[in-house]
Structures are given as structure tokens and as C-alpha cells.
Design a protein around this ligand. Structure first.
Ligand SMILES: *Cc1c(COP(=O)(O)O)cnc(C)c1O
Length: 489
């Protein structure tokens, strides 16, 4: 199967090349030329498999230049005892009509592990297949979750190094401790004086610096990205939509072939887009509900067809969804309008921060997606209500989706079986979750949340305070390139 750029479908390459390059040379994102279809028999077979085997079956359909044994090895390693639940991505049935898909049992307690435990394996194999002679250094600017998940994914992976920049004072205490105490011989972390945008702009500048790239090539290195524009990060996410469906069939919640609704807490549109691919492949899904916090660019887009990033940025208690430009939307636009129109929309977004869909395209989007948003107050109430009524503790991102699903059902009367995609452990956002329960966090929010909920603190978050700080450095924006240069000496 060939892969195209979303901005030019004459530009095509193999899966391994798409994963090795990350982003297309014309600035577009790589997409498969066709979406493979599965039938009822495939789905029924999937239902009898465990998570690892389900993931291998799905990924194999897109990776024809990888051999099946290779993929079996990858899923075994990526989704093994680094996950604290043998089901890897378990589905919990909380109400007669609602299930929760828990995607946070990996080493960093957030859903990014589902992709970032797999990406390093796909990437290093892709480099071998494309004959790349240089070693790869992954460069990340993070507002919290991605940096840690990428560090865990790439640590001690042969032929790679990884360097993460985070805004000094701009991530939570737990997130900072997770990164500055990171283990591994090929990792580096540095704070940047400034906010997330400063760190992100600095990293983009390094990526765009041709002279620096040439200097690194001379030393046998090239730079790549671990964010969700890489196909190798999106692909592993398609698998868990299939897995959740199988769990619902196995639990008798739906009959084989009956349609589900998924409600997804959304930022960069990567997670929910993976669901859209699953539906295109033939997974019985009637609708995706796109859930946002106060940064509700996507709610407006799906409801009106106008994407407009010219609006205030809000800092919320669901920070991983504090995003105004959702990069993966470009892939959806490609399938809905083609390469020429997509290139045009992206150029408008760049120049004016805004574009508007024509009526046909808007209707195509609305045929599959609904959208809603909810503020911090309603998020806290959802956490407290669900804990009180069902004894289940949600993190702030999952709570946004829970609330938006309730609103969606009230507005539409849709009574289908629904799955809320749960993207983080409540312990990862302990202080805000405690606040929602009406408790004070005190000195040790993890301990306090454990006491309030009766749940154990997840092992990866335990004892963070006691671990040695390996990466105390703070740099100015202007020094970022030099920091990377020294790291690769
Ligand atoms: C990254 C993240 C999201 C948003 O996912 P996208 O793929 O960017 O839409 C939601 N919740 C949590 C906890 C995350 O870390």
C-alpha cells in the first residue's frame, strides 16, 4: 500500500518511508492511498483474540512492507508487562448504556503510551527498511504528557536518542518530576524559560534550520518528531477502537454488527481520527462525539463548518486539550475534499488563522461527527457525580467527554450503546481531581487522592520525589539549538 501527502496525491511512498520521514516534504501529512476494509468474519475472529493480537491484525493491513512475524514481536514488546492491566486497554461497563475504554495503563499513565510504546519499534524498523544510514534523534516540545510518554518509548532504543524541552514552570509538579528523573542512556531533558509556545517555536526553528541539519548529517544524525503528525503514531491507535467494540460484543452489550457511539476527549484530533479510520474500515460505529474544554475550536468547526483559531487561549484543568490548532484535522479534510482543497484550507489557516468549508463538505463531516464542549466547573461536577453515583473516579479529560456525552444524549435523544474514551489516570491530575471531590490536596496529592478514593497510587507515579533529578538544566530560548548540538556530540 502506498502513502500520499494530504496536499499532493502524486507525492507517494511506502509505509516505511512515510514513518521514517514523519511529515511529507511539501508540509502535508501522510495518509494511506486507500483505507483497507474488513468484513464480519474478520471482526468475529478479532473478538476471540487478546489486545496484542488484535493490534497486530489491524496494523498488518496498513504495513505491507513489514512481515507478520516482525509485527507480532512489536506488539508483544510494546503491550507487555509495561502495562499494569493484562487487558492492556480494558473496557469498563459503568452503566447499562455506557462503557469506558481505559487507555492509561501504560508506563506514564496517559493514553499517549498506546502509540508511543509502538512508534519507536515502527520507526527503527522503517529506518532499516529504507536503508537510512544516519541515527535518529527525536526532538520534542511538550506541555506535559507527550514528553514523558516519548521518553519512556524511546529510552535505550538502539540507534536513537531523544531530547525533550518543556516550559519552565509550565507543567505540573508530577509531570516535571516524571521527566527530570527519566532513566535511560540515550535521553535528555531541559526546561526552557518561557511558555509552551516558546518551547514549541524553538523546536520548530531547529527542525527548519538547514545548516544545522547538514552539520548533524556530517556527524551521522538526523532529527525527527514524535508527535501525532507521524503515521506511525496514529496507526496503533486504530486498534483500540476495534478492541473496545469486541469487548462490547463479548460482554453482550451489542450484537455483532450493531452500531456504537464513541465520545472522545480531543486536542490534536489524533485519537478521534484513529476512530474515524476504524469506522472507514468497516467497524460498526454510528457517530463520534468530539469533546472539547473551553478551547472549543473543534466544537464550532463541527457545528458550523468554520475553523477559526483567532480567539483567546484558555488554561484549563484538562491541559492536554488546551489546543487551538488540531493538526490531524488535515487528514480528515483530505478524505472529505481531496488534496487540492486541503492544501488551500491549510494555506488559509496559516495566513488568516481561519477557513470555511463549503456546504457539501460540512455535511459530510456532520454525517459522522457531533461535537460539544464543557468548562472546568461542569468537568468538576461530572467527576464528583460519577464518583458518588457509580464509585468510579475519572480524570479531568475523561470527565469532559463524559459530560459532553450526557449533553449529546439529552440534545439528540440518541439511546445507542456508547463508549467514552478515557485518556488519563485520575492520579496524573490528582490535585484537580481532589478539588472536584471537595478535598484539599495538601503536601502529597497522590496520597490524598488514594485516601479519598481507596485506589492505589499507580506504580509509575509512586516515589517520584525520592528519585534523583538527572536533568535540572534550564535554558533560554536562544540556547536551544546549542543544547541539542551538545547532546549529539
Ligand atoms: C493528548 C491527550 C488528549 C488529546 O488527544 P488528541 O489525540 O491530541 O486529540 C486527551 N487527553 C489526554 C490525557 C491526553 O494526554
Amino acid at each position: 500500500m502506498r502513502y500520499f501527502s494530504t496536499r499532493n496525491d502524486r507525492l507517494n511512498c511506502s509505509a516505511a518511508q512515510a514513518i521514517a520521514m514523519g511529515i511529507a516534504p511539501d508540509g502535508g501529512l501522510f495518509v494511506p492511498e486507500t483505507v483497507p476494509k474488513v468484513d464480519r468474519a474478520f471482526l468475529e475472529r478479532l473478538c476471540s483474540l487478546n489486545y496484542r493480537a488484535r493490534a497486530a491484525e489491524i496494523m498488518r493491513l496498513y504495513l505491507e512492507d513489514f512481515d507478520p512475524g516482525e509485527l507480532d514481536g512489536f506488539v508483544t514488546a510494546a503491550y507487555g508487562d509495561n502495562f499494569d492491566d493484562p487487558a492492556v486497554a480494558p473496557t469498563r461497563f459503568l452503566a447499562a448504556d455506557t462503557a469506558l475504554l481505559e487507555l492509561w495503563h501504560g508506563p506514564t499513565c496517559a493514553f499517549k503510551d498506546m502509540a508511543l510504546q509502538m512508534l519507536p519499534r515502527l520507526l527503527t524498523a522503517s529506518l532499516r527498511k529504507t536503508g537510512e544510514q544516519r541515527q535518529v534523534c527525536i526532538l520534542v516540545a511538550t506541555s506535559g504528557d507527550t514528553g514523558k510518554a516519548a521518553l519512556e518509548g524511546f529510552r535505550d532504543v538502539a540507534g536513537t536518542r531523544i531530547f525533550v524541552f518543556y516550559p519552565d514552570g509550565g507543567v505540573s509538579r508530577i509531570q516535571r518530576l516524571q521527566m527530570v528523573t527519566q532513566a535511560g542512556e540515550n535521553v535528555g531533558v531541559c526546561a526552557v524559560r518561557g511558555n509552551f509556545d516558546d518551547a514549541q517555536t524553538g523546536v520548530k526553528k531547529i527542525f527548519g534550520d538547514a545548516a544545522f541539519a547538514q552539520e548533524l548529517t556530517g556527524r551521522g544524525w538526523y532529527l525527527s518528531s514524535a508527535n501525532s503528525i507521524n503515521w506511525g503514531r496514529l496507526l496503533p491507535q486504530i486498534a483500540y477502537y476495534f478492541s473496545a467494540y469486541c469487548d462490547c460484543v463479548n460482554a453482550g452489550r451489542v450484537k455483532p454488527g450493531e452500531k456504537l457511539v464513541f465520545c472522545v476527549p480531543t486536542g490534536n484530533f489524533g485519537n478521534i481520527l484513529a476512530g474515524w479510520f476504524a469506522r472507514e474500515m468497516g467497524l460498526p460505529v454510528s457517530r463520534f462525539v468530539c469533546a472539547s474544554n473551553a478551547n472549543n475550536v473543534l466544537t464550532d468547526f463541527i457545528r458550523t463548518g468554520v475553523y477559526d483559531r483567532n480567539r483567546p487561549f484558555h488554561t484549563t484543568i484538562s491541559p492536554s486539550m488546551d489546543i487551538l490548532v488540531s493538526s490531524n484535522l488535515e487528514r480528515l479534510l483530505y478524505y472529505m475534499t481531496g488534496d487540492a482543497a486541503t492544501g488551500g484550507f491549510m494555506a488559509k489557516l496559516n495566513a488568516e488563522g481561519r477557513y470555511a468549508l463549503d456546504a457539501d463538505t460540512r455535511e459530510r463531516v456532520q454525517a459522522v461527527f457531533s461535537a460539544g464542549c464543557c468548562g472546568d466547573g461542569a468537568t468538576r461536577e461530572a467527576i464528583s457525580r460519577v464518583f458518588r453515583e457509580k464509585g468510579y473516579l475519572m480524570d479531568t479529560h475523561t470527565a469532559v467527554a463524559w459530560q459532553v456525552l450526557e449533553d449529546y444524549r439529552r440534545e439528540t435523544g440518541d439511546k445507542s450503546q456508547a463508549v467514552v474514551v478515557s485518556t488519563a489516570s485520575p492520579f496524573k491530575f490528582a490535585a484537580d481531581v481532589l478539588d472536584a471531590l471537595g478535598k484539599t490536596a495538601g503536601e502529597d496529592p497522590l496520597r490524598a487522592l488514594s485516601d479519598a478514593s481507596g485506589l492505589p497510587v499507580p506504580a509509575p507515579l509512586r516515589g517520584l520525589d525520592a528519585r534523583p533529578v538527572r536533568f535540572p538544566a534550564v535554558a533560554d530560548k536562544a540556547e536551544m539549538r546549542a543544547v541539542v548540538g551538545r547532546f549529539l556530540e
